[in-house]
Design a binder for this molecule. Structure first.
Ligand code: 2M8
Ligand code: MG
Ligand code: MG
Length: 273
């Protein structure tokens, strides 16, 4: 079993970014060799300290599926992927600058209607996310995507998204921002990494579970065998086409524990029946 999980609003509390309710289960999963694989909008720079506090040593997916980082020596086989910052890196998007120049061109058609992460800067990111200044700085160290804060109407937002798509970008809705990146998502990243585990571990069948609370998690929730939709304190639950799905009663890390316990008990039930 592999557990792919969104962080903000799922394993981490939407407001406080805490995860204490999930700590006992996280250590039990580790003892039972069930990898918990973060799949997040966050950056590599944000994940390094976070993996430390979560005591997580598994591969991780950043910037909404744009990059998959695999620790060196995690798999017995030598990976073909280049080593970046000490990890094997599989890229699924063009660099951030590609999206920044498209956004710059759209400035004229959508004046004062959006503000990019780069424009917000450390202070602006900190105010709009509740992250510390250090956290905001790490969130801005992006390699493959540009988050955008939308300031105008829903109708204009649809026109904006259409223009971005026309220019070759892919747009995903996060909890607070629109994420402009390549044609990647957390679902494709889940598939790539699951195939990698299959090729490099003795188990021939691998069960995949995915947990998420937002629109940017839908592709991953649909790609997994079992989906856990974490209830959000602020947004409606995303619509997911997966017959094996569970909507949690609790939000954030409490909901995460509820959903993972539910999925593990049903997959155990299926395997003994
Ligand atoms: C951004 O991502 C969230 C994910 O849903 C959002 O769009 O609201 C990212 O920029 C990420 O790097 C950052 O940590 C997060 C903080 O809330 O916001
Ligand atoms: Mg989320
Ligand atoms: Mg997210």
């Amino acid at each position: 079993t592999l557990i792919f999980t969104d962080l903000d609003g799922s394993l981490l509390d939407h407001h406080s970014y805490g995860f204490s309710a999930a700590e006992p289960l996280l250590s039990r999963l580790e003892q039972h060799n069930i990898p918990v694989i973060p799949a997040t909008s966050k950056t590599f720079a944000e994940l390094i300290p976070l993996r430390d506090s979560l005591d997580n040593h598994h591969p991780f997916i950043v910037e909404n599926g744009a990059g998959i980082y695999i620790p060196q020596d995690y798999f017995p086989e030598q990976l073909n992927q280049p080593i970046v910052d000490g990890y094997h890196l599989k890229k699924l998007s063009q660099p951030r600058s590609t999206w920044q120049s498209i956004l710059q061109h759209l400035e004229r058609s959508f004046p004062n209607e959006f503000i990019t992460f780069a424009e917000l800067g450390t202070h602006g990111i900190s105010t709009s996310t509740g992250l510390s200044l250090e956290g905001a700085q790490q969130a801005n160290l992006r390699s493959f995507s540009e988050p955008v804060l939308w300031k105008s109407t829903e109708q204009r937002k649809r026109a904006f998204i259409a223009s971005l798509q026309e220019a070759g970008a892919n747009v995903l809705q996060g909890g607070r921002f629109l994420h402009v990146s390549g044609h990647c998502d957390k679902g494709q990243a889940l598939q790539w990494l699951t195939q990698y585990y299959k090729n490099n571990t003795p188990q021939k069948t691998i069960t995949t579970i995915a947990a998420g609370d937002g629109e940017n998690d839908v592709a991953m929730l649909e790609a997994a065998q079992q989906a856990i939709i974490i209830r959000s304190p602020v947004n409606a639950a995303p619509r997911v086409r997966n017959p094996y799905q569970y909507l949690t009663k609790a939000c954030g890390p409490e909901g995460w524990v509820e959903g993972v316990m539910y999925c593990l008990s049903t997959s155990l039930f299926n395997s003994i029946n």
